[in-house]
Design a protein around this ligand. Structure first.
Ligand code: NAP
Length: 310
């Protein structure tokens, strides 16, 4: 039993690959650990179709399966999980006070692994039609578009992986990209090229998502020619990158111009006792494999921090 129910040694915010790894390390070292996430444990990786670049699974593994395994392992020791959103972080004499609408917690150290959320297009119709044809998750909503036509917006790994997944369900997939060159890795680009029902609309942006109760079409503008067209689709999957979940850290730790947490090589932030790991920090690579490494380093650093105070 953990004793005092409102205090912990370490609170880990975010239960994706970084947070779950940190939880495993911290709890195995005998710390009283709480993991808080506003959603179910697993993070964004849990809704990834197939993860082919996580070592140990030569045939690949589904995101759901991999994250289930990480969850099982993370909570094998004494780590506890709570489901609420941390919206405020402040330093107090005991360490940190984390609070949200439904709960609050005091702890000595924090590992911030809150990840990123999808960037929105910000065009007319997007908000109104979200959940009615506009989606940010192909693996979650793709099966609704079996036998239909869809568009994927973006040219990175997420867009192309999403488009390839959708191509197995939809009759036609258009990928709308604002440039003439994809950002996605070569292996995904090659698969996209070989996919019969996938077509790339180059140099184009979405200016409006059209529909009354459901998506009916997207309005596109070609940035080279200025030409506008209406593309009739039943669904739109937006994959134009991410925004870090760092709002509660503003004024507490240093963030870069994109809002990502700045850390040193031991993943300390500018605020002693506050560490950051995974996609949420400024880092050259955001993948499951790097998040897992981050989680381990941040946990060790938090342990050193606590030990130095004892
Ligand atoms: P990303 O690499 O940042 O790509 C975002 C894409 O959206 C880019 O092609 C960008 O265009 C486009 N874009 C950005 N803002 C836009 C706007 N306002 N309007 C239209 N297009 C816009 O994001 P991501 O694909 O989500 O990937 C994020 C990270 O996760 C990457 O490190 C990626 O490698 C990783 N990831 C890896 C895998 C995998 O390994 N299988 C799968 C998913 C994600 P430009 O190219 O012109 O900038």
């Amino acid at each position: 039993m953990l004793g005092d129910n409102t205090r912990r040694d370490i609170v880990i915010v975010g239960a994706g690959p970084a947070g779950l790894t940190a939880a495993m390390y911290c709890s195995r070292m005998g710390r009283r650990v709480l993991v808080v996430d506003k959603a179910a444990a697993g993070g964004k990786a849990a809704s990834t179709d197939l993860i082919e670049n996580y070592p140990g699974f030569p045939q690949g593994i589904t995101g759901a399966d991999l994250m289930q395994r990480m969850r099982d392992q993370a909570f094998r020791w004494d780590a506890e999980f709570q489901n609420w959103e941390v919206t405020n972080v402040r330093q107090v004499p005991e360490g940190f006070r984390l609070s949200g609408k439904t709960s609050a917690m005091t702890c000595r150290a924090v590992i911030w692994c809150a990840g990123t959320r999808e960037r929105r297009l910000g065009v007319r119709g997007e908000e109104r039609l979200t959940g009615r044809g506009v989606s940010y998750c192909a693996t979650c909503d793709g099966p609704l578009y079996r036998g239909r036509r869809v568009a994927v917006i973006g040219g990175g790994d997420s867009a192309i992986a999403g488009a390839l997944f959708l191509s197995r369900l939809a009759t036609k997939v258009w990928v709308v990209h604002r440039r003439q060159q994809l950002r996605a890795t070569k292996v995904l680009q090659e698969r996209a090229r070989q996919c019969d029902n996938l077509e790339i609309v180059w140099n184009s942006v979405v200016t409006e998502i059209v529909g009354e109760d459901r998506v009916r079409a997207i309005a596109l503008k070609n940035l080279e020619t200025g030409h506008s067209q209406l593309l009739e689709v039943d669904g739109v999957f937006v994959y134009i990158g991410s925004v870090p979940n760092t709002e509660p850290l503003r004024g507490v730790a240093r963030l870069d111009e994109g809002g990502y947490v700045v850390t040193n090589e031991t993943l300390e932030t500018s605020c002693p006792g506050l560490f950051a790991a995974g996609d949420v920090r400024r880092t050259p690579l955001r993948q499951v494999v790097t998040a897992v490494g981050d989680g381990a380093i941040a946990a060790m650093s938090a342990e050193h921090f606590l030990a130095s105070q004892e």
